[in-house]
Design a protein around this ligand. Sequence first.
Ligand SMILES: NC(=O)c1ccc[n+]([C@@H]2O[C@H](COP(=O)([O-])OP(=O)(O)OC[C@H]3O[C@@H](n4cnc5c(N)ncnc54)[C@H](OP(=O)(O)O)[C@@H]3O)[C@@H](O)[C@H]2O)c1
Length: 372
Amino acid sequence: MDEGARIRFGPLLFGDSQPLIGFGAWAVGGAGWGDPGEEQERLAAIRLAVERGVTCFDTAPAYGAGASERLLGTALKPVRDRVIVATKVGPHDDPRRSLEDSLRRLASDYVDLVQLHEALERWEWQLEKLHGLVEDGKARALGLCNATAQQIRRAMEIAPLASYQGPYNLFDRDVEERELPLLRERGLAFLAYRPLAAGLLAGSYDEPPAFAARDHRAGLYWFKGREFARRRAVIERLRPLARQAGVTLPAFALRWLLARPGVSVVLAGARNRAQVQDNLAALEGPLPADVVAAVDEIVAAAFRLPRALPRANREAQTWGPRERFIVERLDGTHTAEAIAAEWTDQGAQPMVAAQVKIFADQLEAGRLAQAS
Ligand SMILES: NC(=O)c1ccc[n+]([C@@H]2O[C@H](COP(=O)([O-])OP(=O)(O)OC[C@H]3O[C@@H](n4cnc5c(N)ncnc54)[C@H](OP(=O)(O)O)[C@@H]3O)[C@@H](O)[C@H]2O)c1
């Protein structure tokens, strides 16, 4: 085996190197993102990333029903020993069968990282099986995606976990509450997905976009209603900061992530060469601390939760426990992320900041809360 991949492998997965820009290969799979575009162009996007020095590629059998893995297999063949390939196993899939199918599509006899895509009912059993596949040499390391901090802790008892992958961008910051501090404490790598909020942070939407039904973004709450308006207002305030930094908005958003403590790989999705080219301007490195602070101030001001009015507290006595929990904390001191994390700590159904924000918007619309 070429030593190239090995040399980068340890530091990458154990978080003691500089954060990397990785390639998120969902959109190149051609499904779930509207018009897929030409396959040749998607292949060329991966090849350009390789040429420009990207060494980490994230995929999943679910991306284009194997098409993303197949394209990576083709594009990465000449450099296989010098890159890290991370794939996933779906929460309802048999780990061995799924990984073996992935390896065939990837035209490789191993992946560098196999990740459980979601921690659902049988996740502990699946993780044990995946650990067995690591021991068999079919994967070099084991990771988990989309889990709570409690599940990550439990996972570390089941098997030697190397990484966690979760959503993270300057708007979606749930991981800052529990998961990132835990990963840093335990020396696990963090792979940030959806760094551009599924393309919103490219800054090209003045109005809520009307995605085709087969585009998964039709179902994402931040492309609609009040959340879209808040995010758009923030994006307008970020434009001059990006200009001052001399980069486009997407590269600026990626550089913000590179500056966040605990981030190991920023998985930037791209579907053509122009986007890859643009995003790789982020290779210039993390944003300076004062710019990060300016961004955080803008974001915090735009996402301040409303205060619940006394009538909401009275009415909440007849609502479900989750709603009551949120209303009790709409006092002007909590963030949506902090409320969601505190609820999730109780170990029942997890909550994310998005649910808090949507509920707070409903309260405001019903005159049960007002801007603080
Ligand atoms: N573990 C998980 O559950 C999970 C979930 C989601 C993603 N992921 C991983 O994370 C990766 C990244 O997330 P993501 O792909 O969902 O979202 P993302 O990286 O936030 O956004 C990618 C999309 O933004 C647009 N875009 C990218 N660069 C651009 C540029 N320079 N200018 C204009 N538009 C640009 C493109 O879509 P348009 O051209 O259509 O606008 C592209 O497909 C995925 O590819 C996947 O590997 C993992």
